[in-house]
Design a protein around this ligand. Structure first.
Ligand code: DLL
Length: 435
């Protein structure tokens, strides 16, 4: 039987939900207009006053907010409460290496935990479960986000964080973890380590897991389920809106329910900004209607998705989003880390000695992302000694690692070997076939 954390909200009839959304939207718009200069300037420029927003039908009148706005107001310029009410910040990387920073009041953290508790309950968790959290604890929202939800549910939380897979397997075994949260690729990597250690799925008690933070396919789901002997569920979220728990899967597993009492989704044409009709694929835009410290209005997520309305067989009335079909910008997620081609470009350019031609080749081998950067050397370097070329390769490798925090294979290639583009350059070859 389907279980809910908060049946009153999760199964609310549409009319009541829209009334609640309208009320919360009006309140949020008034508050950000009064407290955040950027929203006030944007709304003034668009000729929209808080009193023009009387229901969710007026949402389209509000201007969009973009990732660039978070960079321009770095670090705290979009916060809507005084800093003495902010009890936590999180951050994620952006194109320039400068992070984007978000904040939470105590009420915001409670709401976040509530959203993650809904996700965990939908995945079958309860207070008898042991929750192994292998998302990173730190500025990344993954670890702390699901941790809060698990505590709310009353699970016994084991905050392992990332890394040291062998030790993770020992903890899984010895502490009796029944639930796990990590990226789907890390789940498979753990399965591989388990096999190397001679530990079988019968030696552990895991029964389910909640995976997200990166795109993953149905094939990957089956692989995880089979190798770990568990039920694998999807969870979606992004730093700017809250972190994990913005949307979550139910037993039907045909999309993720968006916590619509807190976040209003819209689908727009990424090129024109026009709101698209029900069922169309486009860019997902979110408006936060209950957050205090960091309520984003019409935030452009860049994720390309389809929304599906109608009552789900699980009984929830919240709209469902299909698994994201890609991003409308050029951000790559490699081993769970956000990577922008422009970051690599600036590393290469800052080191000199190479031509400004490079190609990023990403693939997935044995369920692990591979990441290669082919860099064209300048003609004068072509005649250089092998030792010098090796030295150059090492410098690039180290600089890329310092900037991105992940290792790349660096391959120097001959002058003119990278294809010159006639229109936009193609810097990324992503062979992972995730969609
Ligand atoms: O990845 C938050 C999170 C943590 C979600 C743990 C789920 C679990 P960011 O680092 O800001 O936040 O990255 C957000 O990751 O816009 C999507 O492109 C992608 N993403 C997140 N969840 C999923 C998912 C966290 N389930 C960006 N499926 C988002 C596909 C996902 N893509």
């Amino acid at each position: 039987m389907e279980r809910y954390w908060n049946a009153e909200m999760e199964c609310m009839d549409r009319d009541s939900l829209e009334t609640l959304q309208s009320y919360r939207l009006m309140r949020t718009v008034r508050r950000v207009y009064d407290n955040v200069p950027l929203y006030r300037e944007r709304m003034d420029a668009a000729g929209v006053k808080p009193e023009d927003i009387r229901s969710i039908k007026d949402l389209h009148k509000l201007p969009f907010t973009y990732k660039q706005d978070l960079r321009d107001t770095y670090p705290y310029g979009l916060f809507a409460v005084p800093m003495n009410q902010v009890v936590r910040v999180h951050a994620s990387s952006g194109t320039t290496g400068k992070k984007i920073v978000v904040g939470y009041t105590a009420n915001d953290l409670d709401m976040w935990s509530e959203c993650c508790a809904r996700a965990l309950t939908a995945a079958g968790a309860d207070n008898t479960d042991f929750m192994h959290v292998s998302y990173g604890y730190g500025l990344f929202t993954g670890g702390f986000g699901v941790h809060g939800g698990a505590e709310k549910v009353g699970m016994t939380v084991i905050p392992v964080s990332t890394g040291n897979s062998k030790q993770q397997i020992n903890v899984l075994k010895d502490f009796g973890s029944t639930f796990i949260c990590c990226t789907p690729s890390y789940a498979l990597s753990l399965a591989e380590t388990m096999a190397e250690m001679g530990v079988t799925k019968d030696d552990i008690k895991l029964r389910a897991g909640l995976f997200g933070a990166e795109p993953w396919t149905e094939e990957m789901r089956r692989d995880i389920e089979q190798k770990l002997g568990i039920k694998a569920m999807d969870i979606y979220g992004l730093t700017e809106i809250m972190g994990p728990g913005v949307a979550f899967e139910c037993s039907e597993q045909t999309g993720m329910h968006i916590n619509e009492d807190h976040f209003i989704p819209e689908i727009i044409d990424p090129d024109t900004g026009e709101v698209l009709p029900e069922g169309a694929q486009g860019e997902l835009v979110f408006t936060c209607i209950s957050k205090e410290a960091f309520p984003m209005l019409r935030y452009r997520t860049r994720d390309i998705v389809t929304l599906e309305r109608g009552v789900c067989s699980c009984g929830r009335t919240f709209v469902k989003m299909k698994k994201p079909a890609g991003r409308s910008d050029d951000m790559l997620i490699i081993r769970g880390v956000n990577v922008f081609p422009s970051q690599i470009e600036s590393v290469l350019l800052s080191l000199g000695n190479t031509a400004p031609y490079y190609q990023i080749i990403v693939d997935r081998v044995n369920n692990n992302d591979t990441f290669e950067i082919q860099v064209e050397i300048s003609p004068d370097m072509f005649t250089d000694t092998v030792g010098n070329l090796e030295e150059q390769t090492k410098r690039i490798r180290e600089a890329v690692h310092t900037t991105l925090g992940i290792q790349a294979k660096i391959t120097l290639v001959e002058p003119k070997s990278i294809p010159r583009a006639e229109g936009k350059s193609v810097h990324v070859i992503d062979r992972r076939k995730l969609h």
